[in-house]
Design a protein around this ligand. Structure first.
Ligand SMILES: [Zn+2]
Length: 106
């Protein structure tokens, strides 16, 4: 019980900030919809294209890579850091009708 309360207090004091250098890809789509890409868009870091291709099982193409888009979405999430949810392998944030996800490079 006491441990749980301590965790909550620490989270309140220290809002989550996503470190872009630890992100492999981002997702921007409609909240509550499927995350495969049919209701939104995945964008990958160009520098991690080969790794992302391997993990996905088929090639991540050049037009799916944009460091600029990844930065833009991570910045948008960090501006609303109090609403960011952190999971083991990704961060997520709902803003209005949009869902943003930043996947960690693990
Ligand atoms: Zn889908």
């Amino acid at each position: 019980m006491e441990e749980n309360m301590l965790t909550v207090t620490q989270n309140d004091l220290e809002p989550i900030k996503i470190d872009i250098t630890k992100i492999i890809q981002v997702y921007s789509g409609i909240d509550g919809a499927c995350c495969c890409g049919c209701s939104g868009k995945h964008t990958y870091m160009k520098s991690l294209q080969a790794k992302a291709s391997k993990e996905r099982g088929y090639p991540v193409t050049d037009d799916e890579c944009s460091e600029r888009t990844v930065k833009m979405i991570v910045n948008k999430m960090n501006k609303n850091s109090e609403k960011i949810e952190e999971e083991v392998d990704f961060y997520s944030l709902v803003l209005g009708t949009r869902l943003y996800v930043a996947y960690k490079n693990l």
